[in-house]
Write a new protein. Structure first.
Length: 117
């Protein structure tokens, strides 16, 4: 089992910044991908960004150039730095851990990000 705990959500004005953190604990193995997904009201959950254990990244087109994903393997923590936030970024952001050697998939409980003036 892997437990994921997100932090850093909140209310921010358009154009502002927030940083989300997700700490993983439990049976952590090296063959993993960690990522952030989001779900806005009335919409499906979508990928925001993900990062492999050797720090290869990919991003949704809607956040490229504004969001940066990073990880600290020593702390089993993944971060999402969000800059130039827009109202359409408002959503619950979920941390994901995927162990691709064992086909195991874990989710955090989510962190609400609200972008509003």
């Amino acid at each position: 089992q892997v437990q994921l705990v997100e932090s850093g959500g909140g209310l921010v004005q358009p154009g502002g910044s927030l940083r989300l953190s997700c700490a993983a604990s439990g049976r952590i193995f090296s063959n993993n991908v960690m990522g952030w997904y989001r779900q806005a009201p009335g919409k499906q959950r979508e990928l925001v960004a993900r990062i492999t254990s050797d720090s290869s990244t990919n991003y949704a087109d809607s956040v490229k150039g504004r969001f940066t994903i990073s990880r600290d393997n020593a702390k089993n923590t993944v971060y999402l730095q969000m800059n130039s936030l827009k109202p359409e970024d408002t959503a619950v952001y979920y941390c994901n851990y995927y162990d691709y050697a064992r086909y195991l998939d874990y989710w955090g409980k989510g962190a609400l990000v609200t972008v509003s003036s």
